[in-house]
Structure formats: C-alpha cells, structure tokens
Design a protein around this ligand. Structure first.
Ligand code: 5GP
Ligand code: ZN
Length: 144
C-alpha cells in the first residue's frame, strides 16, 4: 500500500496522486504513479508522474526520475503483452516552449501500433534535412 504525496493544491496531477481528483490509475511504486491520459494521443496513452510535485525535468528529484523510468518500463511491458502494442514512444515536454501544459513532471508512454503508423496523430519519424556538420559540432562544443 503506497501513500499519496502531492503537495500543490492547485496542481491537477498532485490531486490525482492523493486521490482528490479522479483518474484511471494503472500502476504505482513508492515514488511514482501511472494513469491513463484523459485525452489519449493513441489508444493506451499513459502518463507516469512522481508522487512529489516537481515542475519539469530540471526540477524533478533524481530518485523520483529513476522511479518514473522504472514504472514507464512496466507500463510499456504491459502495453506489449496486454494491448498487443508493436512499439512505444516516450515523451517528456519540459517547458512551455516544448509543449508542456501541465506543470507537474510527467512522462508520456505513447503506445504504437504497426497498422496505425502514418495514420495516427503521432508525426514520427520527423522529416530529416541534410545536416550542416560545422554547426552540429559548434553546438556540440557548447554542450561538452
Ligand atoms: P503535456 O502537454 O504537459 O506534456 O501533457 C499533459 C497531458 O496531461 C496531456 O496529454 C493531457 O491530455 C493530460 N491531462 C491534462 N489534464 C488531465 C487530467 O485531468 N487527467 C488526466 N488523466 N490527464 C490529463
Ligand atoms: Zn503537482
């Protein structure tokens, strides 16, 4: 039996963690829970969130991030076995510029089906363009 932890009263995912807002919870561990996305990108779309409130990837405690990653693997395994998923995309949006709309860290587990590739709402793989190697290296040096 795990206890809820969410601390931000105006955060919808904290409310889901402690059970004051409804969600279809499917899995949990001591630091993270998984529940169905209310507006799935594909059938079976799951969100994995830390119990403790954190805004985004830069804010989340490393141990919470590790627990989210472990739970994500469990969800992906279930999607394969029980939903007959052919693949999974993991997505995290950190920051409004990256498309984040709920500011409690979460990993999207987006279930993919071979027959739906190109027909579902996931635009992957993205269009590749010929690279400018000097520019790639210049930016890479900023990140070393
Ligand atoms: P983001 O855009 O922040 O990466 O993703 C937020 C996700 O949370 C969206 O996919 C959205 O459908 C989902 N979501 C927003 N509000 C709720 C809610 O109240 N319950 C559930 N289960 N999912 C939500
Ligand atoms: Zn929260």
């Amino acid at each position: 039996m795990f206890l809820g932890v969410g601390t931000e009263s105006d955060c919808i995912f904290c409310q889901i963690v402690v059970g004051s807002s409804p969600a279809t919870k499917i899995a949990e561990n001591d630091r993270a829970i998984a529940f169905m996305d209310i507006n799935p990108a594909t059938p079976g779309h799951v969100l994995v969130v830390p119990r403790s409130h954190a805004v985004d990837l830069l804010d989340v405690e490393p141990d919470d991030l590790a627990s989210c990653a472990r739970l994500t693997q469990t969800v992906a395994q279930r999607a394969k076995e029980r939903l007959e998923a052919d693949g999974v995309n993991l997505l995290n949006c950190s920051g409004a510029a990256a498309g984040q709309t709920v500011f409690h860290f979460h990993l999207h587990v987006i279930v993919r089906f071979r027959d739906d590739v190109g027909k579902d709402r996931i635009g992957l793989p993205w269009e590749t363009v010929p690279s400018n190697l000097a520019e790639v290296q210049r930016i890479g040096e900023l990140l070393v």
